[in-house]
Design a protein around this ligand. Structure first.
Ligand code: APR
Length: 320
């Protein structure tokens, strides 16, 4: 029986931590790729040398050559520039679009049947680049944002109520950015909606903190952005796909009419399984939620439009 293979592009903080989690969970062999020579090889060797202690037999290799990624089941794209303090996700747009286009083209040439999980920010826009560059059907291109955003919301709910994070569930819709739409009435502790457990002003405070979750970590780290929770979120998506689980997770998915949105990546609940997105789960939204969702979709549409306008020298494929 052949083992699953996951390629992780970008051997930086998110990529290397995702590689570690995927391998140590025994989910798949992992190939780490980076443009910097020695970086993926060094981190892969270090991770491989941890395997006897951790007790797994997954193969972890590092390379600068996409030929070594051939036959991957999943391609995780983390390559790009991380957000620095004072820099918005949108500032990264042109630079990361060039990088994502280049790496996706090279990776899919060797793994035409893979499923692509995009992590590079600005997330929803980078999903568009990956869809276009791969030529894959939309069910095989998705973005990691909602799992992270809802994990942050769950963390804050658990802290507020003094309960286990495992007793919490959170629902977050929309783009990965300041316009994300946490849904308190579908966010629960022990199955009870938090709207029954907390006053509106406390919920609003938790929602606000969730929206600013990425920036809060950036402000503390000063020299980079979050990576432990992003890597854990990627790993959950990899597990759902490789295990053909049908896990319902909030992901950036290409909408074709669902939620009234046409031709745009926006965060929605999807069923994730062996083929990638097997179903986009549609739920009824209240008027207020719909307005917030539409505002969020409009922000993504604007980002994609400005990326289209910038097309030219600035988004020329980066080397490697
Ligand atoms: N090809 C391959 N790797 C590249 C390329 C390229 N063209 N360009 C950059 N990289 C690599 C860098 O060399 C670096 O090792 O991508 C890696 C990015 O790692 P970090 O700088 O540590 O960034 P990280 O914190 O991992 O974040 C990566 O995920 O959450 C998002 O906003 C974040 O877009 C960022 C991405």
């Amino acid at each position: 029986m052949t083992r699953a293979l996951v390629t992780v592009i970008g051997a930086g903080n998110v990529g290397a931590t995702a590689a570690q989690r995927i391998a140590e969970a025994g989910l798949a062999d992992v190939v780490l790729v980076d443009i910097v020579e020695g970086l993926p090889q060094g981190k892969a060797l270090d991770l491989a040398e941890a395997a006897p202690v951790v007790g797994h037999d997954m193969r972890i290799t590092g390379t600068n050559d996409y030929a070594e990624t051939a036959g991957s089941d999943i391609i995780v794209v983390t390559s790009g520039l991380a957000r620095q303090p004072g820099m918005t996700r949108d500032d990264l747009l042109a630079k990361n679009a060039g990088i994502v286009r280049s790496v996706v083209q090279q990776a899919v040439a060797h793994s035409p049947d893979a499923i692509i999980i995009v992590v590079t920010n600005p997330l929803d826009a980078m999903c568009h680049v990956a869809l276009d560059a791969s030529g894959f059907p939309p069910e095989r291109v998705l973005g990691m944002a909602g799992v992270l955003d809802s994990a942050r919301f769950r963390t804050f709910i658990a802290q507020e109520l003094g309960v286990s994070v495992t007793s919490t569930h959170a629902f977050v819709l929309g783009g990965h950015g300041d316009t994300m739409v946490p849904l308190p009435r579908y966010s629960t502790a022990g199955g009870v909606p938090i709207t029954e457990l907390l006053p509106p002003e406390r919920i609003e405070a938790l929602v606000d903190r969730t929206r600013n979750g990425g920036a809060e970590v950036v402000a503390l780290l000063k020299t980079g952005s979050a990576f432990y929770a992003p890597a854990a979120s990627v790993t959950q998506m990899v597990d759902a796909i490789l295990g053909d689980r049908g896990t319902i997770l909030p992901c950036a998915a290409y909408l074709r009419g669902q939620y009234g949105v046409e031709g745009l990546f926006v965060g929605v609940p999807v069923k994730l399984g062996g083929g990638g997105i097997t179903e986009i789960v549609e739920i009824e939204l209240t008027e207020g939620e719909r307005v917030a969702f539409e505002r969020s979709a409009a922000a993504v549409r604007e980002l994609v439009a400005s990326m289209e306008r910038m097309k030219g020298p600035q988004t020329a494929p980066a080397e490697g």
